[in-house]
Design a protein around this ligand. Structure first.
Ligand SMILES: Cc1ncc(COP(=O)(O)O)c(C=O)c1O
Length: 368
């Protein structure tokens, strides 16, 4: 048998070649440099980060920690205990990793064989199809209604013998829409794995996290990126019954929660009141920002329970407005697709002065 020379072979799996890469928010350092601004002067409302930053206890503890040369605890004992106390769960039901993104990835590895189906209520978070696609699973898109609510009957009709997983981000990214407990309970009745992604739960009015104790097919994801201001350290939580987590234990890399992230999580949880106070400020700013944006006659504002608002550009072009705002030092998030959201903008709720700068910049670029 003749062997093809390597140059003639495409060694990359076709599924990788076909994947649409995640397009991240613009690099703030590069944007600031281009505008000739110090980076802290940017009004950075494009990645749903916490404008109040982490707890001061985190900064202090990271500076004093003297054991960075030692591998972190692969069993995350102290951190899991602290997170379990915070969530009101036994420690066997929580596991931490490098952001909730890591858990989305590892869950697709645990559950998806080629051809298995994944239900996604679109538009929603871009990482679900990326990781599911890597496993050669088939995405089944169930469109949200005009208000971006989940159409649960359509979701149930979409379930087949090949359906393995159902993703529900609540509040949803990018639209901010919460999904009711009743809807999630109905999805759980299918017996399929229901991943409830609660990245923004601290800004919202409900959580399903303790329902994992009753439902062995419910998996809840939480993160320290948003409410605790630790996006740069990468700390996400998966909460589920011990039998579910057993499979994730098998495949997670041993040191997936690094020492700095673990320490930052514990210090954050020792300072919950401070952080919840920052959350309360964001939640208080949300309706003020919504009202200010609603006054602009080229924007339609949607209700949100996240630390961000989704607005639709009803006159002009969302991509152009995003570029024009960036030139004025205001970064907001625009998405290239799916088509339903190409005229949408997702804007993080910041401090009152951020709202004022945003509104002033929007007035300056208002389309004719
Ligand atoms: C719905 C949703 N899930 C997960 C994530 C990922 O968060 P993390 O920083 O924990 O990886 C995000 C981040 O924007 C998100 O919006």
């Amino acid at each position: 048998m003749s062997v093809e020379p390597r140059a003639k072979l495409d060694l990359v799996r076709p599924v990788i070649a076909d994947i649409q890469p995640y397009v991240p928010a613009e690099n703030p350092e590069l944007l600031a440099e281009r505008l000739g601004l110090p980076v802290e002067k940017l009004v950075k409302l494009d990645a749903n980060e916490n404008v109040y930053g982490p707890s001061p206890r985190v900064q202090a503890a990271l500076g004093q920690y003297a054991r960075y040369h030692i591998y972190p605890d692969p069993e995350q004992v102290a951190t899991r205990q602290a997170v379990a106390n915070y969530l009101g769960l036994p420690p066997e039901c929580v596991l931490l990793g490098a952001g909730s993104d890591e858990w989305i990835h590892l869950l697709t590895i645990v559950y998806l064989d080629p051809g298995d189906e994944v239900i996604d209520f679109s538009p929603s978070f871009a990482m679900y199809p990326i990781y599911s696609g890597l496993m050669n699973a088939r995405m089944v898109w169930v469109p949200r209604d005009a208000d971006f609510q989940i159409d649960v009957e359509a979701g149930l009709r979409a379930v087949t013998n090949r359906t393995k997983m159902i993703f529900v981000a609540t509040p949803n990214n990018p639209t901010g829409t919460p999904t009711s407990r009743e809807i999630i309970l109905r999805l759980l009745e299918t017996g399929r794995i229901v991943v409830v992604d609660e990245a923004y739960a601290e800004f919202a009015s409900q959580t399903m996290v303790r329902d994992i104790l009753q439902h062995d097919n419910l998996i809840v994801l939480r993160t320290f990126s948003k409410w605790a201001g630790l996006a740069g350290l990468r700390a996400g939580v998966v909460a589920a019954q011990e039998s579910v987590l057993a499979n994730l234990w098998k495949i997670k890399s041993p040191f997936n929660l690094n020492s700095a992230a673990g320490l930052a999580v514990r210090e954050s949880l020792a300072d919950v009141e401070y952080l919840h106070d920052c959350v309360r400020k964001v939640v208080a700013e949300r309706p003020r920002m919504a009202a200010a944006l609603a006054e602009l006659d080229f924007l339609k504002v949607y209700p949100s329970e996240g630390n961000f608002l989704y607005v639709e550009v009803t006159r002009g072009d969302a991509a152009t407005i995003t570029r024009q705002l960036a030139e004025r030092g205001v970064a907001v998030r625009h998405f290239g697709g799916p088509p339903r959201i190409v005229q949408g903008l997702r804007i993080t709720v910041g401090k009152p002065e951020h709202t004022d700068a945003l509104v002033a910049a929007l007035r300056a670029v208002a389309p004719a």
